[in-house]
Write a protein that binds this ligand. Structure first.
Ligand SMILES: NC(=O)c1ccc[n+]([C@@H]2O[C@H](COP(=O)([O-])OP(=O)(O)OC[C@H]3O[C@@H](n4cnc5c(N)ncnc54)[C@H](O)[C@@H]3O)[C@@H](O)[C@H]2O)c1
Ligand SMILES: [Zn+2]
Length: 365
């Protein structure tokens, strides 16, 4: 649905690209402190050489920047500098900058175009695509937001060279997720080239990024407002992951790490409920076995957690304990569906216990 360009250096022909997309060469460029420091000077220079009028904004590099107070401060700075509806917003960073930038673009002057320039693997393959933009509320993550499609998504995998390994694995989790939910042959490719990709070797890295971005874009095109269950399949592993993230206070576990663990649980659940055969289960697990966690993280944030406690925390709200949980399951590797029926708690608990055993056996602590 959006125009997604993948290349290195993607920014080289961006002026022309703006023009062909009917966008003025005026950009509010939003960074976080890290992306500003790493890539800001070079990027602003390139844009300025291409005739852009620029306004620079920087936020702290943390989840807390996805807040109303941060947005409010940035609106003020934009108003003071006479930024009007003829401008665009270019978000340069990970999902935090992309979500915040998208939120500001969706609301400023009743909406200006947003262009995403993702710099984390997670942002390149997931958060920059699909138009969901949001800030957090003290009562919950991503609760205040819009559907605001980016005009352009500019993906340059070479930005990943400075990304910490932990963030690479975190993004890789969503990449593998696309294989599980949508494309068995992509899953085999990821299995075969897992090391190449996580070590940022080309052409495998670009191929994995491109394919993931396309799958996300396809899914979103089929179900933009999450109405027919197709977009919901992107939440494979996420029902478990959200509980783990909550227990880790959204700080001690990266989202992708929680999703990796959540996918192990979801594979077991798919098998235990009779949807996924044993051979596929084992194949799926052997791919997930390749993920690495920082020392102590897996033990403290999953192995030491009682299954009942995790189950409790999978409900988004304590008051909703009687409501049913929604699970995305696999019928086969490459084919996911949103289960409509209620799942008995004992099945969920058993799958968490199976995952506990899997990770203990793996010997990763
Ligand atoms: N909108 C969506 O559809 C969607 C989907 C998934 C996640 N999200 C959101 O995305 C956010 C997480 O995004 P994230 O994982 O990209 O985290 P992030 O934006 O916090 O980035 C992770 C860290 O990497 C740094 N960084 C970014 N690019 C770098 C680079 N090239 N080199 C070195 N360091 C770099 C950042 O400064 C930060 O410290 C969450 O807020 C989540 O809610 C949104
Ligand atoms: Zn996710």
């Amino acid at each position: 649905m959006s125009t997604i360009i993948v290349g290195t250096p993607v920014i080289a022909g961006v002026g022309e690209l703006f023009t062909t997309h009917g966008l003025a060469k005026k950009a509010v460029v939003l960074f976080d402190e890290h992306t500003r420091k790493l890539y800001g000077d070079e990027l602003l220079k390139t844009l300025s050489h291409q005739g852009f009028q620029l306004k620079e904004l920087v936020v702290p590099a943390r989840e807390a920047s996805k807040s109303f107070s941060a947005a409010y401060r940035l609106y003020g700075s934009m108003i003071e500098d006479d930024i009007d509806r003829s401008w665009n917003l270019l978000a340069v960073g990970g999902g935090v900058v992309g979500d915040l930038g998208g939120f500001i673009a969706a609301s400023y002057y009743r909406g200006i175009p947003v262009i995403q320039l993702p710099t984390t693997l997670l942002a390149m393959t997931d958060s920059s695509i699909g138009g969901k933009v949001a800030i957090n509320h003290p009562l919950g993550k991503n609760l205040i937001g819009f559907f605001h499609m980016p005009e352009l998504v500019l993906i340059d995998p070479s930005y990943l060279s400075t990304l910490p390994q932990r963030e690479i694995y975190s993004g890789m989790s969503e990449v593998v997720k696309y294989g599980f939910i949508a494309d068995e042959s992509f899953l085999s490719f990821l299995d075969l080239h897992f090391k190449d990709i996580t070590e940022l070797q080309e052409p495998w890295l670009t191929e994995a990024v491109k394919k993931s971005a396309n799958i996300k874009d396809d899914v979103v095109t089929n179900d933009f407002r999450e109405q027919n269950g197709v977009r919901a399949t992107l939440n494979f592993g996420h029902t478990f992951a959200h509980g783990l993230e909550k227990l880790a206070e959204y700080r001690h576990l990266r989202h992708g790490e929680a999703v990796t663990i959540g996918m192990v649980c979801a594979l077991f659940l798919s098998h235990n409920l009779g949807y996924l055969d044993r051979v596929s289960l084992e194949r799926g697990l052997s791919i997930l076995k390749k993920f690495r966690f920082p020392k102590g993280v897996l033990k403290r944030r999953f192995l030491d957690i009682d299954s009942n406690l995790l189950l409790e925390n999978m409900f988004s709200d304590k008051k909703k304990l009687d409501k049913k949980l929604r699970f995305v399951l696999l019928k086969m590797l490459g084919t996911a569906f949103l289960l409509e029926e209620n799942v008995e708690n004992k099945q969920v608990l058993k799958s968490i216990d199976d995952a506990h055993r899997f990770f203990s056996r793996k010997g990763a602590h």
